[in-house]
Design a protein around this ligand. Structure first.
Ligand SMILES: Cc1cc2nc3c(=O)[nH]c(=O)nc-3n(C[C@H](O)[C@H](O)[C@H](O)COP(=O)(O)OP(=O)(O)OC[C@H]3O[C@@H](n4cnc5c(N)ncnc54)[C@H](O)[C@@H]3O)c2cc1C
Ligand SMILES: NC(=O)c1ccc[n+]([C@@H]2O[C@H](COP(=O)([O-])OP(=O)(O)OC[C@H]3O[C@@H](n4cnc5c(N)ncnc54)[C@H](OP(=O)(O)O)[C@@H]3O)[C@@H](O)[C@H]2O)c1
Length: 511
């Protein structure tokens, strides 16, 4: 029986390197890796060794015969994804030895950077999210590198701790991987240290041979419609930070006294927020989350969460594993609309989108047919145009995206979930349009397009707010490769080891 990849897949891709027969795809060097919604195990070449299970940081892989009932659908999904991949040409041949793909040649980085004997390269990293921790892990493979991580919050690991939903307990386990990195004697973590406020980029550049910015994308995008600033309108960014107990969001308030909440945008963040808003009274008890948020959620009067998307179902931004998870755990209905029905019936050439459409088509359209407990309603082709105050509530005014017909959705709370945006880091160039530090393969570049010597970037602040936790691993590997190349070229200097210990910056931070 082959192994199977399931819902919590985070594209870390350690499994692809652990697999002795190269049966897990797409690998980071294959086309499609960056946009894949999940990886899959090719069932015809899997030799059932279980090496991938040990390598996966989020317990996403299991043997097919031991999958719990709710995950058995992934046997078919892995099979379908494998069959749709043109590289698996001999799919029908059960002999693993005759597969078209050879086992992967594992690239092991050299153990030391090329610097003078006794020298070390000191790297200062801004932020401690997944991108920072994967970069630290990659850097520390070199025996002559030290890493100092500067994190503005009092708790490390960024969205892996304050973004990932508390009921996604297996995904949260990625923190255990980061704990292992943090224990390296050449790794130092400086919490409560905001770069740009407590310490400047210039000070970090003096102190370290290279500075790597991994500050994420913590601002929320705006829709740019009237009423977005009304009381009762919030962002999923803040809502997520609130229920996850992010220290700077403990005082946030969300009005859960009305029957309906509207979420604009249908990405995975919207699905997380909808799942938390519709959790049964006791479902979140014992989860690692804000206890005051839990108390408020248990008193919630919300009966329905409407997820509003401006485009049709074929463009749903949520991933298949997340919508599957939601429909297993909640009552989910689709707002009836002839054009939506047509799109659902039309299907798609992409196996994942096709699976999504089939799933959505199977959902009821009438709220009456919904079961007990708060429900989630998916509404497509609905473009928000304004939010108005209405008595003690709100009305989301929208237009049907294709017919132009007016739509009104009364609600008590509107959460915008239309994506995240990076913030500038004082002292460094910033691309306002994309919300990222301008860069070439991780080297931060100035207005003239030339790299700033010794300044690098990774993660959401490098490529924008997309991808899973593990996507940051390949991203950070690219940036660390640029640092290693610049060390070899003498662009990044090294210093005798003791120069990096203690010193002025430590005193400054203590101050
Ligand atoms: C709500 C939500 C849920 C998600 N759930 C999942 C999931 O279940 N599975 C999955 O695979 N992916 C999930 N993702 C995606 C995943 O979290 C991201 O891909 C990943 O966290 C991005 O990593 P990052 O390090 O670039 O940014 P972040 O995780 O945001 O880390 C950036 C860090 O930098 C710190 N920082 C920022 N500015 C400064 C400064 N000036 N000085 C010092 N420190 C600073 C921040 O405090 C933060 O700790 C989720 C994303 C969101 C938004
Ligand atoms: N469990 C997980 O693995 C998990 C959980 C959470 C987040 N993540 C990842 O984190 C990343 C960010 O997720 P996200 O949900 O914040 O973003 P996202 O996937 O980019 O979704 C953004 C949504 O907002 C909509 N939108 C954007 N601008 C809008 C506007 N002006 N008006 C109305 N709608 C608008 C988009 O619609 P259009 O498509 O029409 O633009 C889309 O539906 C994603 O890569 C996601 O997969 C993963």
């Amino acid at each position: 029986m082959p192994h199977v990849i399931t819902q919590s897949c985070c594209s870390d891709a350690s499994c692809t390197f652990a697999c002795p027969v190269n049966c897990i795809h797409p690998t980071p060097d294959e086309p499609g890796f960056a946009t894949a919604e999940m990886l899959y195990v090719d069932p015809t070449s899997c030799v059932d060794c279980g090496a991938c299970v040990t390598a996966c940081p989020v317990e996403a892989i299991g043997p097919a015969h031991r999958l719990p009932e709710e995950h058995r659908v992934y046997i078919e999904i892995n099979r379908v994804l494998s069959a749709a991949d043109p590289a698996n040409a001999e799919l029908t041949n059960p002999d693993p030895g005759s597969r078209s793909r050879p086992p992967m040649a594992h690239a092991v980085p050299p153990k030391r950077l090329r610097v003078a004997d006794g020298d070390e390269v000191s790297v200062g990293i801004v932020g401690s999210g997944p991108a920072a921790m994967y970069a630290a892990d990659e850097l520390l493979r070199y025996g002559n590198v030290t890493v100092d991580v500067y994190e503005k919050l009092s708790v490390p690991y960024g969205l892996a701790r304050f973004g990932v939903a508390p009921d996604h307990t297996r995904t949260r386990k990625v923190a255990e991987l980061f704990d292992v990195v943090s224990k390296d004697p050449r790794f130092r973590l400086h919490l409560n240290t905001a770069v740009g406020t407590d310490v400047t980029v210039e000070q970090l550049r003096e102190r370290h041979d290279a500075v790597l910015v991994a500050a994420g994308a913590s601002a929320d995008r705006k829709m740019g419609i009237p009423g977005e600033d009304l009381p009762g309108v919030g962002s999923a960014t803040d809502f997520v930070a609130w229920y996850n107990g992010r220290p700077d969001h403990s005082g946030d308030e969300f009005d859960l006294s009305h029957k309906r909440v509207v979420i604009v945008g249908n990405g995975n963040v919207a699905l997380d927020a909808a799942r938390i808003l519709t959790a049964s009274r006791d479902e979140l008890v014992g989860k690692d989350m804000s206890q005051s948020a839990l108390a408020r959620l248990r008193e919630s009067e919300v009966e329905e969460v409407v997820i509003v998307a401006r485009r049709g179902p074929e463009y749903s931004a949520f991933t298949l594993p997340e919508i599957l998870g939601l429909t297993e755990e909640r009552t989910v209905t689709v707002e009836p609309d002839p054009e939506v029905a047509e799109s659902l019936a039309a299907g798609s050439d992409s196996p994942l989108t096709s699976h999504k459409l089939t799933l959505l088509e199977s959902l009821p359209t009438t709220p009456q047919s919904a079961g007990p407990g708060p429900a989630v309603r998916l509404r497509y082709l609905t473009t928000p145009v304004a939010i108005d105050a209405d008595g003690d509530g709100l009305v989301l005014r929208a237009r049907h995206t294709t017919t132009g017909e007016d739509i009104e959705i009364p609600t008590g709370l509107v959460l915008t979930s239309v994506g995240y945006k990076g913030r500038p880091v004082p002292g460094l160039p910033f691309d306002e349009q994309r919300g990222v530090l301008p860069n070439k393969s991780g080297r931060v570049v100035g207005d003239d397009g030339a790299p700033l010597p010794g300044v690098y970037v990774t993660g959401w602040i490098k490529r924008g707010p997309n991808g899973f936790i593990g996507t940051n691993k390949t991203d950070s590997q690219e940036t660390v490769a640029a640092i290693a190349a610049d060390v070899a070229l003498g662009i990044v200097r090294s210093r005798p080891a003791p120069a990096h210990r203690g010193g002025r910056l430590a005193r400054l931070l203590r101050g």
